[in-house]
Design a protein around this ligand. Structure first.
Ligand code: MTE
Length: 329
């Protein structure tokens, strides 16, 4: 579904792209200091993360956690502290600032249904808890590299997206899956900003969605996923920039047309459909060569496909000729 919006360069908030968010997050992290960040857990932002964790107690799926860790997916770095990963978020429906954890607690996560429609054998609406019962649940440690050049490493719980695609039974003519976030004006103040093309949407090719790395996250740090991180169902595609990992999904639409996604509608040259991590292709306004690891001093080199090339590089063989740099931004 396309919403008519002004072009990106006409936006009153043209600066309010993820870059400004990045600077906010850096400033906050720097201001709090690496040690002070966790020492200050009783006050300010980290306290909000605790409020979020308490909210998760109402989740009827809480008994499914922690899920058994799949040891295949290892990290080359420490896990990001939970207090940090759950207190600095990008969730524009709740505002373009980092500090949305508290606002996001108004998100009602039950009842929650997911619509599966478009080019499938049979369209359906499925309840999240019924879905959870049918899926092969596990925990995976993944990195997440945001297009804004910060990164984190977290334990997601959930299930391989391939299991969801198999469950959905797309027709062989379906080439893409388009995912849509809930758009609830009653609780999401960001939706009052009409220049954004709500609802937030993202898309993958079927080949990407069925790649073993594509993961549907329902949990984080061995508990149901906090609302600010995309409860009750969000995507985790660690070889792509973080904006592909759409939160609070209510719809999977199978289609033979490449979806034009939320950020692509806003600024196609900066946030394209493919958005595969590549340190050699700069964002038009900043370098992608290095990244700030949340909670760590300094910067580390960014890896092609965020270090997951062995799993996914083959998906793009041959596409370089037609897609070129677009594969990486
Ligand atoms: N999904 C929705 N619905 N709305 C958003 O604003 N932001 C994206 C992505 N998914 C976003 C979203 C961006 S830019 C990033 S980097 C990640 O969520 C951040 O995930 P986190 O808040 O769990 O770190």
């Amino acid at each position: 579904m396309l919403v008519r919006v002004k072009k990106g360069w006409e936006l009153p908030e043209a600066q309010a792209t993820p870059e400004s968010v990045f600077h906010d997050r850096r400033r906050l992290v720097a201001a709090m200091g690496i040690g002070a960040l966790f020492a200050a857990a009783g006050a300010g932002l980290p306290g909000r993360a605790h409020a979020a964790a308490a909210g998760a107690g109402e989740d009827p799926s809480a008994g499914l956690y922690p899920m058994k860790r799949n040891l295949k997916y290892t990290l080359d770095r420490d896990l990001t502290k939970e207090e940090l990963a759950t207190a600095y978020n990008n969730y524009y429906e709740f505002g373009s600032q980092k500090d949305i954890a508290e606002e996001a607690q108004s998100l009602k996560i039950r009842p929650w249904t997911v619509r599966i429609d478009g080019m499938v054998e049979k369209e359906m609406t499925v309840d999240i808890d019924a879905l959870l019962k049918r899926m092969p649940l596990e925990e995976r440690l993944y990195r997440l590299r945001c297009v804004e050049a910060w990164s984190m490493a977290v334990p997601w719980s959930g299930f391989a997206m391939k299991a969801l695609v198999d469950f959905a039974r797309p027709l062989s003519s379906a080439k893409y899956v388009r995912m849509e976030t809930l758009a609830d004006k009653a609780v999401m103040p960001g939706l009052r900003q009409p220049w954004y093309p709500w609802p937030y949407t993202e898309g993958l090719t079927i080949a990407e969605a069925t790649n073993e790395l594509a993961f549907m996250a329902t949990g984080l740090y061995g508990k149901p996923i906090p609302r600010q991180n995309g409860a009750p169902l969000r995507l985790a595609v660690p070889w792509k920039y973080g904006f592909k990992s759409v939160k609070s999904i209510v719809r999977f639409n199978f289609t033979d047309k490449r979806p034009v996604t939320f950020w692509e509608q806003l600024q196609k040259s900066e946030y394209g459909f493919w958005a595969n991590v590549n340190p050699e292709v700069d964002h038009p306004r900043w370098s992608q060569a290095t990244e700030m690891v949340l909670g760590k001093p300094g910067r580390v080199p960014t890896l092609p496909y965020n270090g997951y090339g062995e799993y996914v590089a083959g998906l793009y063989a041959g596409l370089e000729k037609t897609e070129g740099d677009r594969l990486f931004r």
